[in-house]
Ligand binder design. Structure first.
Ligand SMILES: [Zn+2]
Length: 335
């Protein structure tokens, strides 16, 4: 049985420099992304501050390496240090401690690598010599300002002036600019929990079951993946330039859905996002559990017998309740 978790949240980040794209002269520029926006019945493109999925995935995998180690699960020497070069070729694999011989087939290579590294199990890799491909079991995307705030123009992106003093006898004051972004951002994250510790059909012979690690190990790994998610959202420590541009933040609303088919919750673009998720799940008529939190004037969702809905008293409680329910379903399905 498939068990997954999908999350979307509306997170306010003020004066952040979490994902810088480049330095031009003495200006460090924030990453920007094009967004299509419908305003006054016209469609337009605006360039908005953004935080890339790669940046979020890096932070998540750092937490995953930590939680996996704490739970006594295997993590390779590269991923343990937060160097996610993964097992891309023989050199990289050897450097990270994976003993792969040239005789191994794709499925054997995959089994070998995921057996010795939870991060590569959950986060995927591409080993080019075999080739053996493992698609990441979790998905994140760009954090972009929510569409409702973009429509009202409530976001900012500004190069801020700073001065570094280099000593009286030298050049003196050196001015520089750091572009900061401020917005109510959309955050999305999904994970295929029942696919953790399961080998990929991409690497198996056509029509053959690729097999899996022992059930007990898969459960522990899923638990570590959820603990890493809780740590990611609980610490709110992701992205770069935290020492001098630590943003002011607040989680306005969050939903966490435990699902029994691969599914993405509706992103938090407006205050209907939880209700819309629940309506979509009801239309799919599959067992699902939606936990949500909000300090906004949210359109309240209405569940039914198949799609259970519960409001939590804070955003981390919603994540914790969803994690607990997901583990319960996974445990029952792996018995
Ligand atoms: Zn690794």
């Amino acid at each position: 049985m498939y068990v997954g978790l999908s999350i979307s949240a509306r997170i306010l980040l003020n004066a952040e420099a979490l994902n810088m794209a480049e330095s031009v002269g003495n200006v460090v520029r924030h990453r920007k992304a094009p967004v299509v926006l419908k305003k006054d019945n016209e469609v337009q493109v605006v360039y908005v501050p953004a935080i890339s999925g790669e940046s979020l995935a890096h932070a998540y995998q750092v937490y995953l390496a930590q939680t996996a180690k704490e739970m006594g699960l295997p993590v390779c020497s590269c991923c343990e240090r937060g160097v996610f070069i993964k097992s891309s070729d023989d050199n990289a694999a050897k450097k990270c401690g994976h003993a792969i011989s040239k005789k191994m087939g794709a499925l054997e290579v995959e089994r070998k690598i995921i057996s010795s590294c939870v991060v590569e199990d959950v986060g995927g890799f591409l080993y080019t010599p075999a080739p053996a491909k493992r698609t990441s079991r979790f998905r994140v995307g760009y954090m972009l300002p929510t569409l409702d705030t973009l429509q009202s123009g409530a976001f900012g992106n500004e190069p801020e002036f700073h001065v570094r003093f280099s000593g009286a006898d030298q050049e003196g004051q050196i001015p520089y600019y750091v572009e900061i972004g401020s917005a109510l951002y959309n955050f999305t994250y999904s994970i295929d929990l029942s696919e953790i510790g399961r080998l990929s059909s991409d690497n198996a012979e056509l029509g053959k079951d690729p097999g899996a690690l022992p059930a007990e190990e898969r459960l522990k790994r899923a638990d570590a993946a959820l603990a890493a998610l809780k740590r990611f959202l609980g610490t709110m420590l992701f992205g770069a330039k935290r020492t001098r541009f630590n943003p002011q933040w607040e989680v306005f609303s969050l939903q966490a859905a435990v699902v029994t088919i691969p599914f993405e919750v509706t992103p938090g673009n407006d205050l209907n996002f939880v209700r819309e998720t629940v309506e979509r799940l009801k239309a799919l008529d599959k067992e699902a559990y939606v936990y949500y939190f909000s300090k906004e004037d949210l359109a309240e969702p209405e569940g039914n017998e198949r799609v259970r809905v519960e409001r939590a008293s804070n955003y981390l409680e919603a994540v914790a309740k969803a994690s607990e329910k997901a583990m319960e379903l996974l445990r029952a399905s792996l018995k």
